[in-house]
Design a protein around this ligand. Structure first.
Ligand SMILES: Nc1ncnc2c1ncn2[C@@H]1O[C@H](COP(=O)(O)OP(=O)(O)OP(=O)(O)O)[C@@H](O)[C@H]1O
Ligand SMILES: [Mg+2]
Length: 112
């Protein structure tokens, strides 16, 4: 199993969530996060001087899925989250050793 962590623009959450639900993703975790990428946030002016706000609000979506669903989920996130402007976000993929459904004690792909 793989975990997809996608950092996206907050206003894109509804669209990404709907697209993932539509393709049958059965569970996800959403967290409000702050971060920065290559541009290190953006510049603001206050009382005549410029300063950099380097931590921008983003949403992190976590989805754990069977390995053969990874490419479909990644493409769906890209298609629903992209604007083409800097700051669209990033997707990280990592391996998950085990998943256990607490209620039934099912394990592995049966539990995702
Ligand atoms: N290397 C990284 N490690 C962890 N989080 C990251 C990393 N790069 C980006 N992020 C997270 O993703 C968010 C969005 O990043 P962003 O889309 O600005 O990436 P970028 O590499 O600067 O690409 P772009 O040039 O398209 O803006 C950041 O605010 C941060 O939360
Ligand atoms: Mg950036």
């Amino acid at each position: 199993m793989k975990k997809i962590e996608a950092i996206i623009r907050p206003y894109k959450l509804d669209e990404v969530k709907a697209a993932l639900t539509e393709m049958g993703v059965m569970g996800m975790t959403i967290t409000e996060v702050k971060g920065y990428g290559r541009q290190r946030g953006h510049t603001e002016r206050y009382r005549g001087s410029e300063y950099v706000v380097d931590l921008l609000s983003k949403i992190k979506i976590e989805v754990v899925i069977p390995e053969d669903e990874v490419e479909g989920v990644v493409q769906t996130i890209i298609d629903s989250a992209r604007t083409g402007e800097v700051g669209d976000g990033k997707i990280f993929i990592s391996s998950v050793d085990e998943v256990i459904r607490i209620r039934t004690e099912e394990r592995g792909e049966a539990a995702v």
